[in-house]
Ligand binder design. Structure first.
Ligand code: BGC
Length: 763
């Protein structure tokens, strides 16, 4: 196929040559209406379109703007507002833009609707733990229904940064450690937010963020440099972004940090070269909050005008709040008129986003106050929030079948202040979530306890509060109870943006509480509340059971009760491993094997720490069930295949227990001999299936050799000839069946291997 001019230019950029995309060619991709508007706009109006202003931070939404701000809208000095909401106030604002500005260009209204708008779902790392992309699509669809009813057009989600270092506080916002899992969760969210038709009044423009390697800051400290290889960038961190473009994501946001010295907000190679050129992304690129001005702090610009020129030239279209595009970019353009071509393209992309949302034809479609009054937190949405929350919990440990608790459970002591902490269940991006909407863990357990079971409560000690005086009371309650549900972990304020921690143990008060309660000898089930993997080796040794509940949203308590009392068998799986100690991170099941692979025998010199086992505390993919499953043989439809052929891998799985339950069947791959060292294991497929007692289902995965391709250069991936090994199992450390396939030739593909989905089914 003939390569487009855009692709050739991109390849030149990728090869380190400077090339300026022809403005003419770029503009031609836009509609006549958009081109017409661009040709009529003054320089000031163009810079205005590029400007996104803040109504308020999420805690102080401010949608009724001052007279001065409304005058800015009349003059066309603002293209978009973020952190605003409300069908009616936003309609008034839109009316000023559409009816009182010279060209009548509508505004874009945006917010971080990340895991729910009013109906809050589990935090994203919990959503990923369901290992069911459909759950994400459902949650994103409900979020879009609600947010658009409140006048919003645009969400800054999905957050799809791969993160392998739980010290980084924002690991809570993404899908965890794995590019294949992350890519599936990315596309599922884009589909949910954007639906079939962006112009419909109940669909939201999605933003894949933060492009391109925000999840790997040095030391796990937020905003820090990503000093990574070109290979890990393309094989690990970028595949979810590629998957998001293929799902049609209409916008992206640049990351705050730099990759090997190039801040993403000024990375022309990555934005105009790889993303737009090679991947042919045609959406809108937004900077993160104040990130354009912060290019000065990075040390690649000495003035705001220079910073603006760098961002615009790199391909950033809209400036979130720094004001550089609105104020100082004119100065940069005056000294370098070649920037005018980039400016026109940026304006056109913003106008096209507005056009795709239908805003030119129906600017008030999102402002139906009646819909807003009836669409939020409906009983159906709550029911989905409960169902999905129950599916996202991960049973880490369950000695002697401590869970579920049944009618005979007797006296249950619920201990720990997090049990009644509603705000924590709302997570770190709560949009319009209200604490009073939350069913707390305590309320849910009380409400749903089987008849005859008594539930008593003691707060013990709260995280972040060094007052331990309540511990004695908790110990007294534990001692006279038959079972303790110990609700401990991190409150919401310890994870999220700028919430990196150097210590992955529980907060001190929580450790003291746990120690004291475990001393009583009463059986203890830990209900862990957290936004990140924690180092909890003592709990793993001493508690009977550990159920990782993350932060579950408005239906937290009901969902926890569903699992604790056995209405639902847990089937969530870890999307990132739990370390034994902080010093063991970052760690992934998917590392390269090394010349001296880690070995349990300490007398050998191998790739390990001498002061702890070679395994993580809980591995990627780990999660227990109340049922038991047996795996049969893994079979491949052909012993060998050409590099372009599809093969079917199938494995029968049987529920050998007496209760219905879900199992997440995972498919891993290893390329044992290649021209470049390959990871020990790579996830390449998964299916969450429901099995009745005694039922067998055969899970089928359709695999293509392109999914094993090795990165050479942007858009160039090599399929090598030779053997591939496959393993099916219940976790990355619980592989039950293996098979091999011989690839009988070489081929070149253009797509990041982990971005390609493995269609799965079961019968
Ligand atoms: C975050 C983004 C977010 C933006 C707007 C920034 O601080 O990094 O993820 O979308 O704020 O709230």
């Amino acid at each position: 196929m003939k390569r487009s001019i855009k692709k050739i230019l991109a390849a030149m950029l990728c090869a380190g040559m400077t090339a300026v995309a022809s403005a003419q060619e770029g503009l031609e991709a836009h509609s006549q209406r958009v081109r017409g508007l661009v040709s009529q706009m003054t320089l000031e109006e163009k810079l205005g379109q590029l400007t996104q202003a803040a109504g308020g931070r999420s805690m102080s939404l401010n949608s009724r703007l001052t007279p001065d701000e409304l005058d800015r809208v009349r003059r066309g000095e603002v293209g978009s507002y973020l952190h605003v909401a409300g069908a009616e106030p936003l309609e008034e604002l839109q009316r000023v833009a559409v009816e009182e500005s010279r060209l009548g260009i509508p505004l874009l209204f945006a917010m971080d609707v990340v895991h729910g708008y009013r109906t809050l779902f589990p935090v994203p790392i919990g959503m990923a733990a369901s290992w069911d992309p459909n759950d994400w699509t459902v949650a994103a669809r409900i979020s879009a229904e609600e947010a658009t009813a409140s006048g919003l057009h645009w969400t800054f989600a999905p957050m799809i940064d791969i993160a392998r270092d739980p010290r980084w506080g924002r690991i809570v916002e993404g899908a965890g450690a794995d590019p294949y899992l992350g890519a599936r969760m990315a596309e599922a969210q884009v589909r949910g937010y954007q639906g079939e038709n962006l112009a419909a009044r109940n669909t939201l423009l999605a933003t894949a963020k933060h492009f391109g390697a925000y999840g790997v800051p040095l030391g796990g400290r937020d905003y820090g440099t990503a000093d990574i290889s070109e290979r890990s960038l393309h094989e690990i961190y970028l595949p979810p972004f590629h998957a998001a473009t293929r799902a049609g994501a209409g916008s992206m946001m640049t990351a705050f940090n730099d990759i090997a010295g190039v801040p993403s907000t000024a990375n022309e190679h990555l934005i105009d070269g790889v993303l737009r050129g090679v991947w042919e992304f045609d959406g809108l690129m937004l900077s993160d909050w104040n990130a354009i001005a912060e290019l000065i702090n990075h040390g690649i610009a000495s003035t705001r005008a220079e910073a603006g020129a760098l961002a615009l030239r790199a391909g950033v279209d809209m400036d979130m709040t720094s004001g550089v595009f609105g104020r100082e970019l004119a100065e940069a353009i005056a000294s370098d008129p070649s920037l005018l071509a980039d400016l026109d393209l940026a304006v056109a992309r913003i106008l096209t986003a507005k056009e795709r949302l239908g805003l030119f034809d129906a600017p008030y479609a999102y402002h139906d106050a009646g819909r807003e009054a009836s669409a939020l937190l409906t009983p159906d949405s709550r029911a989905e929030a409960r169902r999905i929350a129950a599916r996202s919990m991960v049973l880490l440990r369950n000695e002697n079948e401590a869970l579920p608790l049944n009618e005979g459970a007797g006296r249950i002591a619920v201990i720990g202040a997090l049990a009644e902490d509603a705000m924590t269940q709302l997570g770190s991006w709560r949009a319009r979530g209200q604490a009073e909407d939350v069913v707390t863990i305590l309320d849910g357990l009380r409400e749903n306890a089987p008849a005859g079971v008594q539930v008593e409560y003691s707060a013990g000690a709260a995280p972040g509060n060094e007052d331990r005086s309540g511990i004695a009371d908790a110990v007294e309650l534990a001692a006279r109870s038959d079972h303790v549900l110990l609700v401990i972990g991190e409150p919401y304020s310890l994870s999220g943006e700028a919430r990196s921690r150097s210590d992955l143990r529980l907060p001190q008060s929580q450790r003291a509480l746990a120690r004291a309660v475990l001393e009583t000898g009463t059986p203890v089930t830990v209900l862990l509340v957290t936004g990140r993997p924690l180092a909890i080796p003592d709990l793993a040794d001493r508690a009977d059971a550990i159920l990782n509940t993350w932060m579950l949203g408005v239906e937290a308590g009901n969902a926890v009760a569903d699992v604790v009392f056995g209405a639902v068998s847990p089937a969530g799986r870890l999307p990132v491993s739990f370390p034994r100690t902080t010093g063991a991170v970052p760690f992934t099941y998917s590392e390269n094997p090394a010349g001296r692979p880690a070995h349990p025998d300490l007398d050998r010199d191998t790739n390990r720490y001498i002061d702890q086992p070679i395994t993580p505390l809980y591995a990627f993919g780990h999660g227990l069930s109340y049922a038991r499953f047996e795996y049969g043989e893994l079979s491949v439809s052909a012993a060998s295949a050409g590099p372009d052929e599809t093969v079917i891998l199938s494995v029968p799985v049987t529920n050998t227990s007496g209760r219905a339950a879900d199992e997440v069947v995972q498919l891993y791959m290893r390329d044992p001999v290649a021209s470049i060292a390959r990871p020990r294991l790579e996830l390449r497929g998964f299916e969450r299936i429901t099995l009745e007692p005694g039922e067998t289902r055969t899970v089928r995965f359709e695999f293509r050799p392109a999914q094993a391709a090795i990165f050479r250069a942007p858009g160039i991936w090599d399929v090598e000839a030779g053997r591939l090994d496959f393993h099916a199992g219940a976790a990355s450390d619980d592989l039950r069946a293996s098979a091999s396939l011989e690839i009988g030739g070489t081929a070149q593909t253009s797509v990041p291997a982990a971005a390609i989905a493995t269609p799965g089914s079961s019968e």
